[in-house]
Design a protein around this ligand. Structure first.
Ligand code: GRF
Length: 212
């Protein structure tokens, strides 16, 4: 089995998409070994529990309050994931930028989801910023990308999958958000299939299995 960790900070709809894909055989050979949240109120924790997946709540604040560094936090979290025998780490709405103290433990094995195209709107509120940019005539469309995380650059790294998402003149922000999230849920599963399953899956036949 390919053991993955999913890291969340909020609603967890992308976590749900991964769990449903695993449970319905669309990510053959993959198991979600652990879900980590750095926020106690993250609804994704409830989703993980509902699916019977172990949850680790691991906030940064106690570290910084105790005068310990982000690097110590990162190293400790990496050790926790290694104790779960995790091979891939998926940042699905994870609000924390890892240092090399974490990334060096999982070289080319950390995956991030960003609700915009490569190089566009890195950081928080990407969808809102794209919506405003469209209304000011600066862009004609937006998108979603899944990429590897090689270093501390925010929402940047080798692209695994990307997809353009149209914006329409009559769109409300909520409508654009819904369209982007629907693409995220599909693209993240597709990217994980390519990374974790495609080379070892002899039974599924083609990657169309993951794209449905
Ligand atoms: C997603 O839009 C993701 O791209 C962004 O945060 C959001 C998380 O959504 N980084 P959810 O928690 O998976 O519902």
């Amino acid at each position: 089995m390919v053991r993955i960790a999913v890291l969340i900070s909020g609603f967890g709809s992308n976590l749900e998409a991964i769990l449903e894909a695993v449970e319905t055989g669309r990510l053959p050979g993959v198991t979600v070994a652990v879900v980590v949240s750095n926020r106690a109120e993250a609804y994704g924790i409830k989703r993980a529990i509902r699916h019977g997946v172990p949850v680790v709540y691991f906030p940064l604040a106690p570290y910084t309050k105790a005068g310990r560094s982000r690097r110590e936090y990162d190293a400790q979290l990496a050790a926790i994931l290694q104790a779960f025998d995790v091979e891939w780490v998926v940042q699905a709405g994870w609000m924390h930028v890892f240092s090399s103290a974490f990334l060096d433990r999982f070289p080319s094995r950390v995956v991030n989801l960003h609700p915009a195209l490569p190089g566009q709107f890195p950081g928080t509120h990407a969808i809102e910023r794209a919506y405003q940019a469209y209304r000011q005539g600066e862009i004609t469309h937006t998108g979603v990308m899944v990429h590897l995380v090689p270093d501390e650059a925010v929402d940047a790294g080798p692209v695994v999958a990307q997809e353009v998402v149209p914006i329409f003149p009559e769109d409300t922000l909520e409508e654009l958000e819904a369209r982007i999230h629907a693409v995220e849920h599909r693209l993240l599963v597709q990217a994980l299939y390519e990374l974790c399953c495609a080379s070892c899956d002899q039974t599924a036949g083609t990657s169309e299995v993951a794209a449905t």
